[in-house]
Design a protein. Structure first.
Length: 581
């Protein structure tokens, strides 16, 4: 027995007008049947939809019959069906129809109670940015009859498989749904093809846009067939079946792959490789399954030349990051947090065996990231993107530089105060949430030099005009020289080579630094007296450092003793805020 719902259009409109972030027709139906209604919490970005629990006065004797009854009579997603003397249906409306439209089986419908020809009906629906309702499932005509009262016939479309054996079939006519079949000598709720001059009411339909709640529902069903879907408070994660390695020439390759894999399930095409947050890792641990998955987090120390090195040393300061998306579907730099690593990780050495990251799900203890080989093939988790990210402006006194190759925006501040040694300058920067700064490219080095030009200080171009940067000599590279002897290893593969003898601290720029072409003289850095552990950017003549009195050393680098009092640069990443899609 099909239960008549008897919800009039007037009742529906009472609840749908003005609704924008929940489905009004679902709410009206739930309240009509005195159900327990719970609206979604965050509009279009909610992880779940509007929910309703209703007991229909219809007996069912099994879970299968209860599920079938609920699916036919409550035209939304059915999460649970409980049989008995009355049938309980727990339903969810994940999609959201516009105000004034009624949702049934994932489509949005609006009835125009005005008789018109089929041609006028097509034009009317087109004006509503919709089409004539299509009979996409067997139960739909009965729900139309339940929802829309005092309607005798409406224009309808259907496939040839449904219309090839119509009883009332006028050749070259138009299809309609006769809710009252008397006029055509048919039973009620029957299809008929009628002559072109006939008039009927029009029911328009459109498919509402995908949102996060619908995406999660589809991914949950997907997870029932393949790997279980992992849900957090902010996203859904799906494990892929393909194994991937890192593509060092395209750090966004995993994001692009995930966008293709998840396109059928996600709103706006927004998907990315899983960002390994602590919440995600904790949910992954609850699955209690073995295996290895890789993540898109990789080391900023990675460099092609490392793959051909003869020797390797560990990096005491490792900086790993991944990419998150902004509202324009562009990658932004995101640093891996300390809480996301396993204890004693990361263990990074200067080779491609430790530049990628993975999660070993069979490890004992806390789930977390571990370093792994770039070349290792392993599946990844993809996540839907509910909240995107945007950079906002730098704090007062800081100037923004866009590191396009990293997808990162960095804030620099030149401090015109030559009373600070290296440690003092570092402490002053940290008071502002920054560190002694660095640069990722030659263009950024020019930007730093331009900040010195803009300073109010009237330069006399002496040694006090130079500025500390946030790099220091590597601890194992204590080789010292003189004015004529270099303080670095001439072997380009050595960790103490001219390019690598200094390294950026606190993640202010990627290692190895883009530094080799900027040293003041061919023998620098020479580490005279084993005391020149710090790095300075020069300005003007360099009479304090060599015998070339009138040679301009602007945009050149030198190593110096850290107690020297100089100007300095502070730097920090531009603030990132979450935004909705």
């Amino acid at each position: 027995m099909l239960m008549k719902l008897l919800i009039s259009v007037t009742l529906i409109l009472k609840y749908t007008n003005g609704q924008s972030e929940r489905d009004g027709s679902f709410q009206s139906m739930c309240e009509f049947w005195h159900g327990k209604y719970n609206p979604r919490s965050n509009g279009y970005n909610s992880m779940s939809g509007d929910k309703c629990s209703i007991e229909f006065p219809e007996a069912t004797d099994s879970k299968q019959s209860a599920k079938r009854y609920c699916e036919e009579n409550f035209p939304f997603h059915i999460n649970e069906a409980v049989p008995g003397k009355s049938t309980k249906c727990d339903a969810e409306a994940t999609l959201i129809c516009k105000s004034g439209w009624t949702q049934m089986f994932g489509r949005c419908y609006k009835l125009e109670k005005r008789m018109m020809t089929r041609g006028d009906a097509d034009k009317h629906c087109e004006s509503q940015k919709a089409t004539i309702a299509f009979l996409h499932r067997e139960a739909l005509p009965f729900r139309i009859n339940d929802y829309f009262t005092r309607v005798s016939s409406i224009w309808m479309d259907a496939s040839e498989a449904i219309t090839n054996e119509l009883i009332h079939n006028v050749e070259n006519g138009h299809l309609l749904l006769a809710l009252d079949g008397f006029k055509y000598n048919l039973p009620n709720i029957a299809l008929a093809r009628v002559k072109l001059s006939e008039k009927a009411m029009v029911l328009c339909e459109y498919t509402p846009p995908m949102n996060q709640a619908e995406s999660n529902y589809l991914l949950k069903r997907f997870g029932e067939i393949y790997y279980p879907t992992v849900f957090t408070s902010y996203s859904a994660f799906v494990r892929t079946s393909s194994s991937l390695s890192r593509l060092g020439n395209d750090e966004s390759a995993h994001n692009k792959y995930c966008a293709k894999v998840m396109k059928p399930f996600i709103p706006n095409g927004m998907a990315s490789s899983a960002v390994p947050t602590r919440e995600f890792l904790d949910e992954l641990a609850k699955m209690k399954i073995g295996g290895i998955v890789r993540t898109s987090a990789f080391s900023t120390n990675s460099d092609k030349s490392d793959r051909i090195k003869k020797t390797c040393k560990s990096y005491p300061t490792s900086d790993f990051h991944t990419f998150v998306l902004n509202s324009q579907n562009q990658n932004l730099y995101r640093r891996v947090e300390k809480s996301e690593w396993r204890p004693s990780q990361p263990k990074e050495t200067c080779d491609a065996g430790t530049y990628s990251t993975g999660v070993v799900m069979s490890r004992d203890g806390e789930m977390g990231l571990e370093t792994m080989s770039d070349a290792r093939h392993a599946p990844i988790f993809c996540q839907t993107v509910v909240e995107s990210y945007e950079y906002i402006g730098c704090p007062s006194g800081y100037h923004m530089y866009h590191r396009k190759e990293l997808g990162q925006k960095w804030c620099h501040k030149f401090v015109d105060d030559s009373r600070m040694n290296y440690d003092d300058a570092q402490n002053q920067c940290q008071k502002e949430g920054a560190f002694l700064s660095g640069y990722a490219s030659q263009d950024e080095l020019k930007f730093l030099d331009s900040l010195m030009d803009k300073s109010a200080h009237a330069y006399e171009h002496n040694s006090h005009d130079h500025a500390y940067l946030g790099a220091k000599r590597r601890g194992e590279c204590n080789k010292f020289g003189s004015i004529s002897t270099p303080g670095y290893d001439r072997d380009v593969n050595s960790p103490c080579s001219r390019k690598r003898v200094f390294e950026w601290k606190n993640g202010v720029a990627p290692n190895p630094p883009d530094i080799e072409s900027n040293w003041m003289t061919p023998n620098e850095p020479n580490n005279v007296g084993e005391n020149e552990k710090c790095l300075v950017l020069l300005k003007g003549t360099a009479d304090a450092y060599d015998n070339l009195r009138n040679v301009d050393r602007t945009m050149k680098l030198n190593d110096c003793d850290c107690p020297r009092r100089l100007n300095y640069f502070c730097g920090k990443e531009a603030p990132i805020v979450k935004t909705g899609n």
